[in-house]
Design a protein around this ligand. Structure first.
Ligand code: AMP
Length: 170
């Protein structure tokens, strides 16, 4: 199955010049959703993943089912102010200005093997911030998996040394 055909391109969203890759068209197609999750999980079936970490919000839709397939736990990364218990936080740069991400302090056991899953790798800023928090908590990042990679933004260059898998590249 060609998953590329299931992803909708929306020009000029959320602003002029951005080609938005809309995965809602893939998620609502039961066969495509299952194929996508199975392909993301397949590289990690024998990699002893303890925890899948997914950033809000599309990282939940993709990461949680990958965790289920791997028999791993799922840990959410959220925007500031959403997580109820004690957190650590990591600032990161956006196209304009800065934002931050948070994770529960007790979410990652030291020494656990973590797979980060998100819908899309663009500049890598979100993933770099996520990696920093996992490593700060003593986790080992065993891999990074994305449905989509915008290769022309060179996100991989910011993530040297980590195993990266993506299903569809632009
Ligand atoms: P980055 O931190 O630059 O790698 O951006 C990754 C995050 O931004 C992902 O979680 C995506 O959900 C979102 N994103 C960035 N660019 C796009 C795009 N062209 N289409 C859809 N989502 C995008």
């Amino acid at each position: 199955m060609d998953l590329r055909e299931k992803i909708r391109n929306v020009p000029d969203f959320p602003e002029q010049g951005i080609q938005f890759k809309d995965i809602t068209t893939l998620l609502k197609d039961g066969k495509a959703f299952r194929v996508a999750i199975d392909r993301l999980a397949e590289h990690y079936l024998d990699k002893h993943i303890d925890i899948v970490v997914g950033p809000e919000a599309r990282g939940f839709a993709v990461g949680a089912p990958v965790a289920y397939v791997l028999g791993a736990g799922f840990v959410p990364i959220r925007k500031p102010g959403k997580l109820p218990a004690e957190i650590i936080s990591q600032a990161y740069s956006l196209e304009y200005g800065k934002d931050a991400l948070e994770i529960h302090k007790d979410a990652i056991e030291p020494g656990s093997r973590v797979l980060i899953v998100d819908d899309l790798l663009a500049t890598g800023g979100t993933t770099v911030a996520t990696v920093k928090m996992i490593e700060q908590l003593g986790g080992t990042v065993a891999g990074l998996a994305f449905l989509i990679e915008l290769s022309f933004l060179n996100g991989r260059e910011n993530l040297g040394g980590y195993t990266i898998n993506s299903l569809v590249q632009y």
